[in-house]
Design a protein around this ligand. Structure first.
Ligand code: ADP
Ligand code: F6P
Length: 324
């Protein structure tokens, strides 16, 4: 028989993402509307092990839906990767009466959620990362805001790049995944896109493109470089030396993780947050929530972590054909 949940905990873990606050708000308010009590765990799994646990009511999530970051804070916690740390975390949950948990984070955080489930705490993972790199879901909370923030910044760089007839290399986040780079590459009309999934890019080809475009009269050349390729500054020096075209590197960095979430991030954070509570109430555990074909669905965490998804080759080819 499914274990009846009376009190749920919520935490954010790993890199923060815009929309995490909207997700926390949804979890808290949905749980309250189901007659549950809610506890907020500060600073991810580290805060759990330190027992940084607060009571949450409807008012504690007022005025946060529009805010970037996470009011609970987030952290990375090595101790929680150990069986002892995980058992201790579950024990602390029991001590505070927490019998269900919602973890908002990326793949790594799901492993922690899995460990809590194994240790007897019904736990659900929710996808919160700007990188869009969780295979079981078409959408991760934070991606839309991050990609729009990067797009607007790249538009600005393009203005000055055109005025000075320069080539610009703009580095966007994505250590292991090129979704932000690919989306910006298309949305900003970049001439070249470098993705961690296509590590063997041809720098000579880029140099040839710049020279050919210059001959055609193009006044700028935008290269979107994903963090996973990196080295934008040294790449700029090499390209300038080879083409004779002044080349500058701009690394957008953490500004992509901040800011007020877009409607899309708030919407999916709200729906996924409510859904996470609903499945906890149904007695489910060790599940992760995702978006598939426009529907919110849930998967076993192990199954979800074993899934793969690929960047769209078609989108990549389209970007190339539109950029010449
Ligand atoms: P993300 O969730 O964004 O992928 P991380 O990979 O840094 O970020 O993971 C966030 C946290 O989740 C880690 O600091 C750790 O506390 C926890 N975590 C990661 N991997 C595991 C694991 N294998 N077992 C238990 N907890 C883990
Ligand atoms: O949030 C995702 C991400 O921005 C990745 O693209 C990047 O590799 C990582 O986080 C860097 O985060 P931190 O410096 O906080 O470890």
């Amino acid at each position: 028989m499914a274990k009846e949940i009376k009190t749920i905990g919520v935490l954010t873990s790993g890199g923060d993402a815009p929309g995490m606050n909207a997700a926390i708000r949804a979890v808290v308010r949905r749980a309250l509307s189901c007659g549950l009590s809610v506890k907020g765990i500060k600073k991810g799994y580290q805060g759990l092990l330190n027992e940084e646990i607060i009571d949450m009511d409807a008012h504690s999530v007022s005025d946060i839906i529009q805010k970037g970051g996470t009011i609970l804070g987030t952290a990375r916690c090595l101790e929680f990767k150990t069986p002892e740390g995980q058992a201790k975390g579950a024990e602390i949950c029991r001590k505070h009466g927490i019998d269900g948990m919602v973890v908002i984070g990326g793949d790594g955080s799901y492993r922690g959620a899995q460990a809590l489930s194994r240790n007897g705490i019904n736990t659900i993972g929710m996808p919160g990362t700007i990188d869009l790199d969780i295979s079981c879901t078409e959408y991760t909370i934070g991606f839309d805001t991050a990609v729009n923030t990067a797009m607007q910044a790249i538009d600005r760089v393009r203005d000055t790049s055109s005025s000075h007839e320069r080539c610009s290399i703009i580095e966007v986040m994505g250590r292991n995944a090129g979704y932000i780079a690919l989306w910006c590459g298309i949305a900003n009309g970049a001439e070249d896109i470098l993705l961690p999934e296509k590590y063997d890019y041809d720098e000579q080809q880029i140099i040839n493109n710049i020279i050919a475009n210059r001959k055609k009269g193009k006044t700028h050349h935008i290269i979107i470089n994903a963090e996973g390729i990196g080295h934008s500054t040294s790449m700029a020096k090499r390209i300038e030396a080879a083409t004779g075209v002044e080349t500058r590197a701009t690394i957008l960095g953490y500004m992509q993780r901040g800011g007020s979430p877009t409607a899309k991030d708030r919407y999916y954070a709200s729906l996924m947050g409510a859904y996470s509570v609903d499945i906890l109430v149904e007695g489910k555990s060790n599940r992760t929530v995702g978006l598939q074909n426009g529907e919110i669905v849930d998967f076993d965490i192990e199954e979800a972590l074993n899934m793969t998804k690929e960047l769209s080759e078609y989108a990549y080819q389209v970007s190339k054909s539109l950029a010449r």
